[in-house]
Design a protein around this ligand. Structure first.
Ligand SMILES: Cc1ncc(COP(=O)(O)O)c(C=O)c1O
Length: 441
């Protein structure tokens, strides 16, 4: 008689259950069906020059970096990080609830001066800022209302608040009347935290901040703007979208990134000095997690010196030149293109297999761009996502446009602007919306 087979270990049952998850099945199916074209989860073996990366044994120009101003390669930024390492060692050694290094306090003060806001509080990332500050700012008597396309990290922050008893609702994308209706429905409440992105990076659209604040302010609401894609790269001196749209920070809290255009590490909340003090007490990711590595905090001052100088305008106009050159080239090919407010440009492909093959086609010609598929975008709404950086060369931009030209004339089918009237734009709008919600990194 055969011995009874041992019952599966719990950990194997867990793995099997996860493999049955719809999203896992879809992604594993893509990987199995398109093993050569499936360029996800890549390993970069080396970097050289300003924007070249070594992937799978091939040097390619990287059009997938959100270091928009190219400061990740700037010798002054690198020197500041080195000097920070020398000064503080590799680690802070404790939660900030106990102590922070001087560079952390200095970076917060300098960020506040640059933004023209009373105070800032630095977290290890924007995600952790949203997961800490959003539930920290509200209680059981309050409500959170999110733009339906608000970044995933705000939605997750709202779920934490919801677990603590705060009611959560959404309003239609960038629609002040929709916000008004949502707030009326939620009455009575003590305070409403209205969460939006400053710039929806795939669609390239900016939130109508002034109109949203007007609605919020008149209804006991405070606007909470995640400006991760705006900070360091939009507005005068890279101050982002909020100050210039609103003229001040009344009834507004702003969140910025220190990783993307800043090319350091972390995120920050900009608010009143009183709220900063309260967030230090009420924000769990601040209290129970470690801080940004001190060396990177030293570099923030260096980045701010660049942003506050005339050099920012030079970097920004170089970037604008690249975006313009790229979009004009792509539009001349009649491709369906979106973006441009942030230095992100998306090209519609549609079919999943074609999107992957198109990404591989460009890679084989020396250019890495991101192939974005369902569920980050709607099914059959695949896009190629190009991120322009100030330190790309003009030749790299022209070379990428030529590679797109070859792609447009290859057997891989890319939709053209004239294809079926209105089809391209309608799909792209949907794609942009989905990307803003799910992807945007
Ligand atoms: C609007 C927005 N919020 C938050 C994040 C996450 O930022 P971080 O990588 O600092 O957690 C991103 C980007 O990746 C973003 O676009």
């Amino acid at each position: 008689m055969a011995a009874p087979s041992p019952s599966p270990r719990a950990i194997d049952k867990l793995t099997a259950a996860l493999k049955g998850n719809t999203l896992v099945r879809i992604l594993e199916d893509f990987e199995a069906r398109f093993p050569d074209a499936h360029m996800k989860d890549l390993v970069v073996d080396d970097v050289r020059g300003e924007r070249e990366v070594l992937i799978e044994g091939k040097w390619v120009t990287n059009f997938g970096s959100d270091s928009f101003l190219g400061l990740d390669r700037d010798p002054r930024v690198l020197a500041a990080i080195r000097s920070g390492l020398h000064r503080w060692g590799s680690h802070n050694g404790t939660s900030r609830a106990f102590s922070s290094v001087r560079s952390n306090a200095d970076a917060e003060d300098r960020l506040a001066d640059w933004l023209g806001i009373e105070a800032t509080l630095i977290y290890p990332s924007v995600t952790l800022a949203n997961h800490g500050a959003i539930p920290g700012l509200v209680g059981r008597k309050d409500v959170i209302v999110l733009d339906e396309l608000a970044h995933n990290s705000m939605q997750e922050g709202a779920k934490l608040a919801q677990a603590g008893g705060t009611r959560v609702a959404t309003f239609p994308h960038s629609n002040p009347e929709g916000l008004e209706a949502a707030l009326s429905k939620l009455r009575p409440y003590r305070l409403a935290l209205v969460c939006v992105d400053g710039v929806y990076s795939m669609g390239g659209d900016l939130a109508p901040l002034a109109a949203l604040r007007e609605v919020a302010s008149a209804r006991d609401g405070v606007l909470y703007v995640d400006d991760a894609h705006g900070s360091g790269v939009l507005g005068p001196h890279g101050r982002g979208t909020v100050r210039d749209a609103l003229g001040n920070y009344d009834d507004a809290i702003v969140v910025g990134s220190l990783s993307k255009a800043f090319s350091c590490a972390g995120g920050f909340v900009g608010c009143t000095a009183a709220l900063k003090k309260l967030l230090k007490i009420r924000s769990n990711t601040y209290i129970f997690g470690g801080p940004v590595v001190p060396a990177y905090l030293e570099a923030i001052g260096q980045v701010l010196s660049i942003l506050e100088s005339a050099e920012y305008d030079r970097l920004r106009s170089r970037l604008d030149g690249h975006i313009d050159r790229l979009t004009r080239g792509l539009e001349a090919l009649e491709l369906v293109v979106s973006g441009g407010a942030a230095p992100i440009v998306s090209i519609l492909v549609g079919d999943e297999a074609d999107t992957l093959k198109a990404g591989r086609f460009l890679f084989d010609r020396g250019y890495y761009v991101q192939s974005v598929l369902f569920p980050a975008v709607p099914y059959h709404g695949g896009v190629l996502r190009v991120q322009c950086n100030a330190n790309h060369s003009d030749d790299a931009i022209d070379g990428l446009v030529s590679a797109f030209d070859a792609l447009a004339h290859s057997r891989i089918k890319l939709p053209r602007k004239g294809d079926r009237r209105g089809w391209g734009t309608a799909v792209l709008d949907k794609v942009a919306a989905y990307c803003a919600e799910k992807l945007v990194g």
